[in-house]
Write a protein that binds this ligand. Structure first.
Ligand code: BGC
Length: 261
């Protein structure tokens, strides 16, 4: 089986995809982005995923990895924090496999991005405990021990009990909290300090990797954090989800598995 697969990243505003060269850990052609349909119901999103795949001439047997911003347990969505609630209980693997005719493997978005960072980016060669966080609308997390993913960690939803009416750390410290509460980077970094200190206390990681769109501006906030653990920006940025999902799909297909994890 060629070391290739197709990766698709389903986000709140856009659905992006491209074929991936998994030897290099790079897109093998330009990615295509289609706005996420609103409302983003399962049927509407499945149509957009099919439309995106149709725009590329790829072999029918090329595995397709798809990221989704929710708990994905053996292909089934078990939560819907920032997406349409209709997804809860949907067998996303089955829905997209049926709609597209490709063998589709769905995975949590942070798990996919983290997988790409471990294979090709900031975590390459790190064997201890690594926590990858994506700071965006929510906080996504991926945890690896000895290179192996512990799926669906959801550490953005750790309960927050400090000042203010925030139900969890994601509501308090995600990048969307920075913009919503009009925080400058110094004020936001104070919130991140609390979050990463908590993760550090709970898990004693060897490395934190910080992704999400705002990680482009890592120089504005990472140096302000005081942690025992090394903390570095993600390297693959925008493409991490596509590459990580493609990689998980390739490995799952090769092993004859029906789900990415
Ligand atoms: C969801 C996670 C997701 C993260 C980033 C959270 O609200 O619960 O599943 O990984 O947002 O999109």
């Amino acid at each position: 089986m060629a070391k290739a697969a197709f990766g698709i990243d389903i986000g709140g505003s856009g659905i992006k995809g491209a074929p991936v060269d998994l030897k290099k850990g790079e897109l093998s052609s330009d990615r295509l982005r289609i706005p996420t349909p609103q409302p983003s119901t399962p049927a509407a999103v499945a149509d957009t995923v099919a439309e995106l795949l149709d725009a590329f001439s790829i072999d029918d047997d090329l595995p397709v990895g798809v990221t989704f911003p929710a708990i994905i347990q053996h292909g089934v969505a078990r939560s819907a924090a920032n997406v349409d609630k209709a997804w809860i209980g949907t067998d996303v693997d089955a829905l997209l496999t049926e709609r597209t005719g490709h063998d589709v493997f769905v995975v949590n978005d942070a798990d996919a991005a983290g997988n790409a960072e471990m294979a090709f980016g900031a975590g390459k060669g790190t064997s201890g405990l690594v926590i990858v966080t994506t700071l965006g609308t929510g906080i996504g997390t991926a945890m690896f021990n000895g290179g192996a993913l512990v799926p669906n960690t959801e550490l953005g939803h750790l309960p927050y009990s400090g000042e203010g009416d925030y139900e969890d750390w994601e509501k308090f410290a995600a990048d969307s909290a920075r913009t919503r509460d009009e925080l400058d980077f110094a004020a936001w970094a104070e919130r991140l300090q609390g979050y990463y200190s908590l993760l550090e206390f709970l898990f004693s990681p060897d490395l934190f990797i910080v992704g999400g769109g705002v990680s482009k501006k890592h120089k504005e906030f990472l140096p302000l954090l005081d942690l025992k653990t090394e903390i570095v920006p993600a390297q693959l940025r925008n493409e991490a989800g596509i590459i990580g999902a493609a990689s998980l799909a390739h490995h799952a297909a090769k092993k004859g598995r029906t789900h990415a994890e």
